[in-house]
Design a protein around this ligand. Structure first.
Ligand code: IYR
Length: 251
């Protein structure tokens, strides 16, 4: 990883000899960057905003199949995410096998039954009430694909020792956001599903102990006549604070 060349180097401050074992990374030109003229920038931002405003978490899925090649490309897009030390601490387990989906549904519904009938505090259930969710998760079998996302807390070196990964939750969260956006951009619906606890996913999917289940992304076409809860997204002044120089002051 990293493609660095191990060369002693003397680039330290004031010509001091620096650590001879630090590798000098190879650098390449920034390729593919495109700058837009300011007017087009605004238009493009508007277009993207309109696209994203149409994304909703869907719970009514159609059984219509989705070709694997679409998933493959969207997963590669997710894999471009910025992440800690470029360790790419994610693993996507992509399931269309009906038996595996059934096992995931059964185990998830068992956890959810416990969640909805006692484990969740009243305050949490009250916060969810407007979404109309309950312990029934038919979408886990109906939707053509489940992408089960795991976060790798560490990876094993060839000598068997453990190399720690960094900013794992942030990295996997960003990759998941890109995956959701990629799938939405090609006209697919998703649902971020988080059965709690999720440890059963390691067992059902045969994943090793360094992989922690992060979430289940349900992917497919919405069912005909699918409905979603009526919710509102916060306006800009509730989600952002700008700190700019006061008008009329220069430098
Ligand atoms: N995991 C449960 C509960 C749930 C929790 C949150 I936070 C949500 O935004 C939605 C649901 C379930 O999937 O039903």
């Amino acid at each position: 990883m990293g493609g660095g060349v191990r060369t002693p180097h003397r680039r330290g401050r004031a010509g001091a000899l620096t650590n001879a074992s630090v590798s000098e990374p190879r650098r390449i030109p920034l390729e593919g960057y495109r700058e837009l003229p300011p007017g087009e920038m605004v238009e493009e931002a508007e277009r993207f905003l309109a696209l994203m405003r149409c994304r909703r978490s869907v719970r009514d899925f159609s059984e219509r199949p989705v070709p694997r090649e679409i998933l493959e490309r969207c997963l590669l897009a997710a894999g471009t995410a910025p992440n800690g030390a470029n360790r790419q601490p994610w693993r996507f387990v992509v399931v269309s096998d009906p038996d595996v989906k059934r096992r995931i549904r059964e185990a998830a519904e068992e956890e959810e039954r416990a969640f909805y009938s006692g484990r969740a505090p009243r305050e949490w259930l009250d916060a969810l009430a407007h979404l109309g969710t309950d312990e029934h998760k038919p979408f886990l079998e109906r939707a053509p694909w489940l992408v089960v996302i795991f976060a790798e807390s560490w990876e094993e070196r060839p000598d068997g020792t453990r190399a720690k990964n960094y900013y794992v939750t942030e990295s996997v969260g960003i990759a998941t956001g890109i995956l959701i956006t990629a799938l939405h951009s090609v006209g697919l619906a998703t649902l971020t599903h988080t059965p709690s606890p999720m440890k059963f996913l390691n067992e059902v999917l045969g994943r090793p102990e360094n992989e922690r289940p992060f979430l289940v992304l349900v992917v497919g076409y919405p069912a005909e006549g699918a409905t979603v809860p009526e919710i509102r997204k916060k306006p800009l002044d509730e989600i952002a604070v700008f700190l700019e120089p006061a008008r009329g002051t220069q430098g």
